[in-house]
Design a protein around this ligand. Sequence first.
Ligand code: AMP
Length: 443
Amino acid sequence: MTFATLGLIEPLQRALETLGYQTPTPVQAQAIPAVLAGRDLMAAAQTGTGKTAGFAVPLLQLLAMEGPKVTANSVRALILCPTRELAEQVHASVAEYAQNLPLSTYAVYGGVSINPQMMKLRKGVDILVATPGRLIDLFRQNALKLNQLQTLVLDEADRMLDLGFSEELANIYRMLPKKRQTLLFSATFSDDIRLLAGQMLNDPLSIEVSPRNVAANTVKQWVVPVDKKRKPELFVHLMRKGKWKQVLVFAKTRNGVDALVDKLQGLGINADGIHGDKPQATRQRALDRFKASDVQILVATDVAARGLDIEDLPLVVNFDLPIVAEDYIHRIGRTGRAGNTGEAISLVCADEVNMLSAIEMLTRQTLTRHMEQDFEPEHRVPDTDASGQVVKKPKKPKKPKASGGGKRNLGKWVESGEVAVAEPSIKPVRKVPVFNTGPRKKK
Ligand code: AMP
Protein backbone atom coordinates (compact mmCIF):
# COMPACT_ATOMS: atom_id res chain seq x y z
CA MET A 1 0.00 0.00 0.00
CA THR A 2 1.20 3.55 -0.74
CA PHE A 3 0.00 7.02 0.17
CA ALA A 4 -1.13 7.41 -3.45
CA THR A 5 -3.44 4.39 -3.20
CA LEU A 6 -5.06 5.95 -0.14
CA GLY A 7 -6.17 8.80 -2.38
CA LEU A 8 -3.78 11.54 -1.24
CA ILE A 9 -3.10 14.41 -3.60
CA GLU A 10 0.33 14.95 -5.09
CA PRO A 11 1.51 17.88 -2.88
CA LEU A 12 0.87 15.77 0.20
CA GLN A 13 2.53 12.69 -1.28
CA ARG A 14 5.55 14.84 -2.06
CA ALA A 15 5.70 16.24 1.48
CA LEU A 16 5.55 12.76 2.99
CA GLU A 17 8.25 11.58 0.64
CA THR A 18 10.49 14.46 1.73
CA LEU A 19 9.97 13.34 5.33
CA GLY A 20 10.96 9.78 4.45
CA TYR A 21 7.51 8.25 4.99
CA GLN A 22 7.39 5.42 2.47
CA THR A 23 4.37 3.38 3.49
CA PRO A 24 1.39 4.33 5.62
CA THR A 25 1.39 2.97 9.17
CA PRO A 26 -1.67 0.86 10.15
CA VAL A 27 -3.46 3.77 11.79
CA GLN A 28 -2.81 5.95 8.75
CA ALA A 29 -4.05 3.23 6.39
CA GLN A 30 -7.38 3.18 8.21
CA ALA A 31 -7.78 6.80 9.22
CA ILE A 32 -6.81 8.56 5.99
CA PRO A 33 -9.60 7.14 3.74
CA ALA A 34 -12.18 7.53 6.53
CA VAL A 35 -11.32 11.19 7.15
CA LEU A 36 -11.27 11.90 3.42
CA ALA A 37 -14.76 10.38 3.21
CA GLY A 38 -15.94 12.88 5.81
CA ARG A 39 -16.52 10.35 8.60
CA ASP A 40 -16.28 11.07 12.31
CA LEU A 41 -13.59 8.95 13.88
CA MET A 42 -12.79 7.41 17.20
CA ALA A 43 -9.28 6.05 16.92
CA ALA A 44 -7.28 4.15 19.50
CA ALA A 45 -3.65 3.83 18.50
CA GLN A 46 -0.45 3.14 20.38
CA THR A 47 1.85 6.08 20.90
CA GLY A 48 4.42 6.48 18.16
CA THR A 49 2.28 4.79 15.54
CA GLY A 50 1.97 7.84 13.31
CA LYS A 51 -1.43 9.03 14.45
CA THR A 52 -0.60 12.70 13.93
CA ALA A 53 -0.26 12.16 10.18
CA GLY A 54 -3.29 9.87 10.40
CA PHE A 55 -5.51 12.87 11.11
CA ALA A 56 -3.49 15.83 9.88
CA VAL A 57 -2.75 14.68 6.34
CA PRO A 58 -6.33 13.94 5.21
CA LEU A 59 -7.48 17.04 7.07
CA LEU A 60 -5.09 19.17 5.02
CA GLN A 61 -6.37 17.58 1.85
CA LEU A 62 -10.00 18.39 2.73
CA LEU A 63 -9.08 21.97 3.55
CA ALA A 64 -7.09 22.34 0.32
CA MET A 65 -9.86 20.88 -1.85
CA GLU A 66 -13.07 22.07 -0.22
CA GLY A 67 -14.65 24.97 1.60
CA PRO A 68 -14.40 28.77 1.38
CA LYS A 69 -11.25 30.76 2.15
CA VAL A 70 -10.71 31.49 5.79
CA THR A 71 -12.06 34.87 6.97
CA ALA A 72 -10.72 37.27 9.60
CA ASN A 73 -10.27 35.77 13.08
CA SER A 74 -11.66 32.46 11.91
CA VAL A 75 -10.27 28.94 11.79
CA ARG A 76 -11.33 26.09 9.52
CA ALA A 77 -9.89 23.23 11.53
CA LEU A 78 -9.06 23.04 15.20
CA ILE A 79 -6.75 20.49 16.81
CA LEU A 80 -7.02 20.38 20.60
CA CYS A 81 -4.07 19.03 22.58
CA PRO A 82 -3.64 18.55 26.33
CA THR A 83 -0.25 20.26 26.76
CA ARG A 84 1.74 23.13 25.31
CA GLU A 85 4.60 20.88 24.25
CA LEU A 86 2.28 18.55 22.42
CA ALA A 87 0.58 21.50 20.74
CA GLU A 88 3.98 22.74 19.53
CA GLN A 89 4.94 19.31 18.32
CA VAL A 90 1.68 18.61 16.52
CA HIS A 91 1.86 22.03 14.93
CA ALA A 92 5.41 21.36 13.72
CA SER A 93 4.23 18.12 12.09
CA VAL A 94 1.18 19.77 10.53
CA ALA A 95 3.36 22.53 9.09
CA GLU A 96 5.69 19.94 7.57
CA TYR A 97 2.82 18.01 6.00
CA ALA A 98 1.38 21.30 4.65
CA GLN A 99 4.67 22.50 3.13
CA ASN A 100 3.39 22.28 -0.48
CA LEU A 101 -0.11 23.60 0.17
CA PRO A 102 -1.37 27.19 0.38
CA LEU A 103 -2.74 26.72 3.89
CA SER A 104 -1.91 28.62 7.06
CA THR A 105 -1.21 26.89 10.37
CA TYR A 106 -0.62 28.17 13.88
CA ALA A 107 -0.43 27.00 17.51
CA VAL A 108 -1.78 28.75 20.61
CA TYR A 109 -1.30 27.77 24.23
CA GLY A 110 -1.06 29.31 27.69
CA GLY A 111 2.07 30.30 29.59
CA VAL A 112 3.07 32.84 26.94
CA SER A 113 1.73 36.28 26.08
CA ILE A 114 -1.69 36.28 24.43
CA ASN A 115 -1.21 39.46 22.35
CA PRO A 116 0.96 38.08 19.55
CA GLN A 117 -1.51 35.21 19.27
CA MET A 118 -4.41 37.66 18.91
CA MET A 119 -2.50 39.54 16.22
CA LYS A 120 -1.71 36.39 14.33
CA LEU A 121 -5.35 35.27 14.37
CA ARG A 122 -6.57 38.53 12.81
CA LYS A 123 -6.13 37.29 9.27
CA GLY A 124 -7.64 33.91 10.08
CA VAL A 125 -5.83 30.55 10.16
CA ASP A 126 -6.71 27.38 8.26
CA ILE A 127 -5.51 24.98 10.96
CA LEU A 128 -5.19 26.04 14.56
CA VAL A 129 -3.57 23.78 17.15
CA ALA A 130 -4.56 24.81 20.68
CA THR A 131 -4.67 23.85 24.32
CA PRO A 132 -8.22 24.16 25.72
CA GLY A 133 -7.68 26.97 28.25
CA ARG A 134 -6.00 29.40 25.85
CA LEU A 135 -8.53 28.64 23.14
CA ILE A 136 -11.36 29.67 25.47
CA ASP A 137 -9.49 32.86 26.49
CA LEU A 138 -9.05 33.84 22.86
CA PHE A 139 -12.67 33.11 22.08
CA ARG A 140 -13.90 35.15 25.06
CA GLN A 141 -11.75 38.09 24.00
CA ASN A 142 -13.30 37.96 20.53
CA ALA A 143 -9.95 37.15 18.95
CA LEU A 144 -11.34 33.94 17.56
CA LYS A 145 -14.54 32.94 15.77
CA LEU A 146 -15.50 29.34 15.30
CA ASN A 147 -18.44 29.61 12.89
CA GLN A 148 -16.25 28.61 9.92
CA LEU A 149 -14.99 25.47 11.61
CA GLN A 150 -15.23 22.35 9.44
CA THR A 151 -13.26 19.86 11.52
CA LEU A 152 -12.42 19.38 15.17
CA VAL A 153 -9.65 17.01 16.28
CA LEU A 154 -9.26 15.92 19.89
CA ASP A 155 -5.73 14.59 20.26
CA GLU A 156 -4.82 12.61 23.38
CA ALA A 157 -8.41 13.02 24.50
CA ASP A 158 -8.03 10.75 27.51
CA ARG A 159 -5.21 12.91 28.75
CA MET A 160 -7.31 16.03 28.45
CA LEU A 161 -9.83 14.43 30.80
CA ASP A 162 -7.09 13.21 33.15
CA LEU A 163 -5.79 16.76 33.38
CA GLY A 164 -9.20 18.01 34.41
CA PHE A 165 -10.17 19.65 31.11
CA SER A 166 -13.68 18.15 30.97
CA GLU A 167 -15.33 21.49 31.80
CA GLU A 168 -13.27 23.33 29.18
CA LEU A 169 -14.19 20.69 26.61
CA ALA A 170 -17.87 21.11 27.45
CA ASN A 171 -17.49 24.89 26.99
CA ILE A 172 -15.70 24.49 23.67
CA TYR A 173 -18.33 22.02 22.52
CA ARG A 174 -20.98 24.72 23.02
CA MET A 175 -18.94 27.19 20.94
CA LEU A 176 -18.74 24.92 17.88
CA PRO A 177 -21.02 24.74 14.86
CA LYS A 178 -23.28 21.68 15.01
CA LYS A 179 -22.39 20.61 11.49
CA ARG A 180 -18.76 19.57 11.52
CA GLN A 181 -16.47 16.58 11.31
CA THR A 182 -14.99 15.38 14.62
CA LEU A 183 -11.96 13.11 15.02
CA LEU A 184 -11.08 11.76 18.41
CA PHE A 185 -7.62 10.28 18.86
CA SER A 186 -6.22 8.70 21.94
CA ALA A 187 -3.66 6.10 22.92
CA THR A 188 -5.96 4.61 25.52
CA PHE A 189 -9.72 4.64 25.97
CA SER A 190 -11.34 4.88 29.37
CA ASP A 191 -15.08 4.69 29.93
CA ASP A 192 -15.17 8.49 30.38
CA ILE A 193 -13.69 8.93 26.94
CA ARG A 194 -16.28 6.65 25.40
CA LEU A 195 -18.92 8.79 27.09
CA LEU A 196 -17.38 11.98 25.69
CA ALA A 197 -17.20 10.39 22.25
CA GLY A 198 -20.89 9.53 22.52
CA GLN A 199 -21.68 13.24 23.02
CA MET A 200 -19.30 14.75 20.49
CA LEU A 201 -19.16 12.29 17.60
CA ASN A 202 -21.75 11.52 14.97
CA ASP A 203 -21.93 7.88 13.87
CA PRO A 204 -18.17 7.49 14.31
CA LEU A 205 -16.04 4.88 12.68
CA SER A 206 -14.02 3.07 15.35
CA ILE A 207 -10.41 2.32 14.57
CA GLU A 208 -8.35 0.20 16.87
CA VAL A 209 -5.02 -0.72 15.36
CA SER A 210 -3.65 -2.62 18.32
CA PRO A 211 -5.24 -4.41 21.23
CA ARG A 212 -6.60 -2.00 23.82
CA ASN A 213 -4.10 -0.72 26.34
CA VAL A 214 -1.17 -2.76 25.20
CA ALA A 215 2.26 -1.16 25.18
CA ALA A 216 4.33 -1.21 22.02
CA ASN A 217 6.09 -4.55 21.75
CA THR A 218 9.20 -2.89 20.35
CA VAL A 219 10.01 -1.72 23.88
CA LYS A 220 11.93 -4.06 26.16
CA GLN A 221 10.59 -3.48 29.65
CA TRP A 222 11.96 -4.43 33.04
CA VAL A 223 11.74 -3.51 36.68
CA VAL A 224 14.46 -3.05 39.29
CA PRO A 225 13.19 -3.41 42.87
CA VAL A 226 14.90 -0.95 45.22
CA ASP A 227 14.29 0.90 48.46
CA LYS A 228 12.81 4.34 47.91
CA LYS A 229 15.66 6.26 49.51
CA ARG A 230 18.25 4.49 47.33
CA LYS A 231 16.62 5.32 43.98
CA PRO A 232 18.91 8.26 43.09
CA GLU A 233 22.00 6.21 43.90
CA LEU A 234 20.69 3.26 41.85
CA PHE A 235 19.88 5.55 38.94
CA VAL A 236 23.43 6.90 38.84
CA HIS A 237 24.84 3.38 39.22
CA LEU A 238 22.75 2.02 36.33
CA MET A 239 23.54 5.04 34.22
CA ARG A 240 27.27 4.57 34.62
CA LYS A 241 27.09 0.81 34.25
CA GLY A 242 24.95 0.98 31.11
CA LYS A 243 26.83 4.02 29.72
CA TRP A 244 23.48 5.70 29.06
CA LYS A 245 23.74 8.45 26.47
CA GLN A 246 20.23 9.89 26.19
CA VAL A 247 17.56 9.11 28.75
CA LEU A 248 14.11 10.50 29.39
CA VAL A 249 13.33 10.05 33.09
CA PHE A 250 9.89 10.32 34.62
CA ALA A 251 9.36 11.44 38.19
CA LYS A 252 6.01 11.73 39.93
CA THR A 253 6.14 15.29 41.21
CA ARG A 254 7.65 18.65 40.35
CA ASN A 255 9.73 18.51 43.53
CA GLY A 256 10.86 15.04 42.57
CA VAL A 257 12.04 16.34 39.19
CA ASP A 258 13.94 19.24 40.77
CA ALA A 259 15.53 17.03 43.44
CA LEU A 260 16.80 14.49 40.93
CA VAL A 261 18.10 17.16 38.54
CA ASP A 262 19.94 18.87 41.43
CA LYS A 263 21.46 15.58 42.52
CA LEU A 264 22.61 14.70 38.99
CA GLN A 265 23.97 18.17 38.26
CA GLY A 266 25.77 18.05 41.62
CA LEU A 267 27.57 14.96 40.34
CA GLY A 268 28.56 16.79 37.16
CA ILE A 269 25.99 14.94 35.05
CA ASN A 270 24.44 16.87 32.18
CA ALA A 271 20.78 16.88 33.27
CA ASP A 272 17.79 19.19 32.99
CA GLY A 273 14.16 19.03 34.05
CA ILE A 274 10.73 20.00 32.76
CA HIS A 275 7.52 20.33 34.72
CA GLY A 276 4.42 22.50 34.89
CA ASP A 277 5.95 25.14 37.22
CA LYS A 278 8.66 26.10 34.76
CA PRO A 279 8.02 28.88 32.25
CA GLN A 280 7.14 27.69 28.77
CA ALA A 281 10.31 29.07 27.20
CA THR A 282 12.49 27.22 29.73
CA ARG A 283 10.64 23.97 29.11
CA GLN A 284 10.93 24.30 25.37
CA ARG A 285 14.62 25.13 25.60
CA ALA A 286 15.33 22.09 27.79
CA LEU A 287 13.41 19.90 25.36
CA ASP A 288 15.17 21.30 22.30
CA ARG A 289 18.55 20.81 23.92
CA PHE A 290 17.65 17.24 24.85
CA LYS A 291 16.48 16.52 21.31
CA ALA A 292 19.74 17.96 19.98
CA SER A 293 21.66 15.71 22.46
CA ASP A 294 23.06 18.78 24.27
CA VAL A 295 21.39 17.49 27.43
CA GLN A 296 21.96 13.87 28.35
CA ILE A 297 19.28 13.28 30.97
CA LEU A 298 15.89 14.97 30.83
CA VAL A 299 13.75 14.51 33.93
CA ALA A 300 10.05 15.25 33.49
CA THR A 301 6.62 14.93 35.04
CA ASP A 302 3.90 13.26 32.99
CA VAL A 303 2.17 16.55 32.27
CA ALA A 304 5.26 18.05 30.67
CA ALA A 305 6.26 15.01 28.67
CA ARG A 306 3.01 13.79 27.19
CA GLY A 307 3.14 13.02 23.49
CA LEU A 308 6.69 14.22 22.95
CA ASP A 309 8.31 12.74 19.91
CA ILE A 310 12.06 12.40 20.29
CA GLU A 311 13.78 10.73 17.41
CA ASP A 312 15.52 7.45 18.19
CA LEU A 313 15.19 7.84 21.96
CA PRO A 314 16.75 4.60 23.22
CA LEU A 315 15.71 4.61 26.85
CA VAL A 316 12.96 5.71 29.22
CA VAL A 317 13.42 5.36 32.97
CA ASN A 318 10.52 5.47 35.39
CA PHE A 319 12.23 6.89 38.44
CA ASP A 320 8.76 6.74 40.01
CA LEU A 321 5.87 4.73 38.65
CA PRO A 322 2.94 6.81 37.41
CA ILE A 323 -0.13 7.21 39.59
CA VAL A 324 -2.40 6.50 36.63
CA ALA A 325 -1.56 3.17 35.02
CA GLU A 326 -2.35 4.40 31.49
CA ASP A 327 0.48 6.91 31.83
CA TYR A 328 2.92 4.00 31.88
CA ILE A 329 1.96 3.22 28.28
CA HIS A 330 2.36 6.85 27.27
CA ARG A 331 5.72 7.11 29.01
CA ILE A 332 7.29 4.04 27.49
CA GLY A 333 5.78 4.99 24.14
CA ARG A 334 8.42 7.79 23.98
CA THR A 335 10.89 5.08 22.98
CA GLY A 336 10.58 2.30 20.39
CA ARG A 337 8.84 4.69 18.00
CA ALA A 338 8.44 4.39 14.25
CA GLY A 339 9.76 0.83 14.12
CA ASN A 340 12.85 1.40 16.32
CA THR A 341 13.46 -0.69 19.40
CA GLY A 342 13.69 0.81 22.85
CA GLU A 343 14.06 0.02 26.49
CA ALA A 344 12.02 1.06 29.53
CA ILE A 345 13.34 0.54 33.05
CA SER A 346 11.24 1.14 36.15
CA LEU A 347 12.78 1.63 39.59
CA VAL A 348 10.12 0.26 41.91
CA CYS A 349 9.98 0.46 45.68
CA ALA A 350 7.63 -1.40 48.01
CA ASP A 351 5.31 1.63 48.26
CA GLU A 352 4.60 1.35 44.56
CA VAL A 353 3.53 -2.28 44.44
CA ASN A 354 -0.12 -1.49 43.76
CA MET A 355 0.84 0.79 40.87
CA LEU A 356 3.03 -1.95 39.46
CA SER A 357 0.18 -4.40 39.76
CA ALA A 358 -2.24 -2.01 38.01
CA ILE A 359 0.26 -1.51 35.16
CA GLU A 360 0.74 -5.23 34.73
CA MET A 361 -2.99 -5.78 34.67
CA LEU A 362 -3.54 -2.99 32.14
CA THR A 363 -0.75 -4.13 29.84
CA ARG A 364 -1.58 -7.79 30.40
CA GLN A 365 1.95 -8.81 31.19
CA THR A 366 4.12 -9.53 34.19
CA LEU A 367 7.14 -7.27 33.99
CA THR A 368 10.51 -8.99 34.30
CA ARG A 369 12.32 -8.12 37.50
CA HIS A 370 16.04 -7.67 37.69
CA MET A 371 17.66 -7.47 41.10
CA GLU A 372 20.71 -5.19 40.98
CA GLN A 373 23.59 -6.39 43.12
CA ASP A 374 24.16 -4.26 46.25
CA PHE A 375 20.77 -2.59 45.77
CA GLU A 376 18.52 -5.44 46.93
CA PRO A 377 15.72 -3.70 48.85
CA GLU A 378 15.29 -4.07 52.59
CA HIS A 379 11.55 -3.54 52.03
CA ARG A 380 10.66 -6.35 49.67
CA VAL A 381 8.47 -5.48 46.68
CA PRO A 382 5.73 -8.13 46.86
CA ASP A 383 5.16 -10.39 43.88
CA THR A 384 2.70 -9.18 41.29
CA ASP A 385 1.29 -10.52 38.06
CA ALA A 386 -1.01 -9.57 35.23
CA SER A 387 -4.09 -10.74 37.15
CA GLY A 388 -3.86 -7.58 39.26
CA GLN A 389 -3.15 -9.43 42.47
CA VAL A 390 -0.38 -8.61 44.86
CA VAL A 391 0.99 -11.55 46.75
CA LYS A 392 2.54 -10.60 50.02
CA LYS A 393 4.75 -13.13 51.64
CA PRO A 394 5.48 -12.56 55.27
CA LYS A 395 9.02 -11.92 56.35
CA LYS A 396 10.51 -14.54 58.61
CA PRO A 397 9.65 -13.48 62.15
CA LYS A 398 12.72 -12.28 63.99
CA LYS A 399 13.74 -14.16 67.07
CA PRO A 400 12.59 -12.38 70.22
CA LYS A 401 15.40 -10.43 71.82
CA ALA A 402 17.12 -12.29 74.57
CA SER A 403 16.73 -9.35 76.92
CA GLY A 404 12.93 -9.76 76.61
CA GLY A 405 10.33 -7.10 77.28
CA GLY A 406 10.20 -5.77 73.68
CA LYS A 407 7.18 -6.11 71.40
CA ARG A 408 6.92 -9.34 69.52
CA ASN A 409 7.44 -8.98 65.81
CA LEU A 410 4.25 -9.92 64.05
CA GLY A 411 5.73 -10.43 60.60
CA LYS A 412 5.20 -6.87 59.44
CA TRP A 413 5.39 -6.97 55.65
CA VAL A 414 5.63 -3.78 53.69
CA GLU A 415 4.43 -0.27 54.11
CA SER A 416 2.70 -0.03 50.82
CA GLY A 417 0.79 3.15 50.27
CA GLU A 418 -2.93 2.90 50.73
CA VAL A 419 -3.06 -0.73 51.72
CA ALA A 420 -0.43 -0.84 54.33
CA VAL A 421 -0.30 -3.53 56.50
CA ALA A 422 0.72 -4.87 59.69
CA GLU A 423 -0.51 -8.36 59.17
CA PRO A 424 0.18 -11.17 61.54
CA SER A 425 2.44 -13.74 60.01
CA ILE A 426 -0.10 -16.54 60.37
CA LYS A 427 -1.72 -15.33 57.12
CA PRO A 428 0.74 -16.46 54.47
CA VAL A 429 -0.85 -14.81 51.44
CA ARG A 430 -2.88 -11.67 51.19
CA LYS A 431 -4.65 -10.30 48.16
CA VAL A 432 -5.21 -6.58 48.02
CA PRO A 433 -7.46 -4.55 45.76
CA VAL A 434 -5.84 -3.16 42.63
CA PHE A 435 -4.79 0.41 42.46
CA ASN A 436 -7.46 2.82 41.43
CA THR A 437 -6.68 4.11 37.94
CA GLY A 438 -9.58 6.56 37.80
CA PRO A 439 -9.42 10.25 36.81
CA ARG A 440 -7.29 12.53 38.93
CA LYS A 441 -7.14 16.17 39.67
CA LYS A 442 -5.37 18.68 37.54
CA LYS A 443 -1.73 18.99 38.60
P1 AMP B 1 3.24 10.07 16.04
O1 AMP B 1 2.64 8.78 16.58
O2 AMP B 1 2.30 10.80 15.17
O3 AMP B 1 3.82 10.91 17.14
O4 AMP B 1 4.48 9.65 15.07
C1 AMP B 1 5.61 9.01 15.58
C2 AMP B 1 6.82 9.15 14.66
O5 AMP B 1 6.64 8.37 13.47
C3 AMP B 1 7.09 10.57 14.16
O6 AMP B 1 8.47 10.79 14.24
C4 AMP B 1 6.64 10.57 12.72
O7 AMP B 1 7.38 11.51 11.98
C5 AMP B 1 6.93 9.14 12.31
N1 AMP B 1 6.03 8.65 11.23
C6 AMP B 1 4.70 8.82 11.15
N2 AMP B 1 4.19 8.21 10.07
C7 AMP B 1 5.22 7.60 9.44
C8 AMP B 1 5.34 6.80 8.25
N3 AMP B 1 4.28 6.48 7.50
N4 AMP B 1 6.57 6.36 7.91
C9 AMP B 1 7.65 6.67 8.68
N5 AMP B 1 7.61 7.42 9.80
C10 AMP B 1 6.41 7.88 10.19
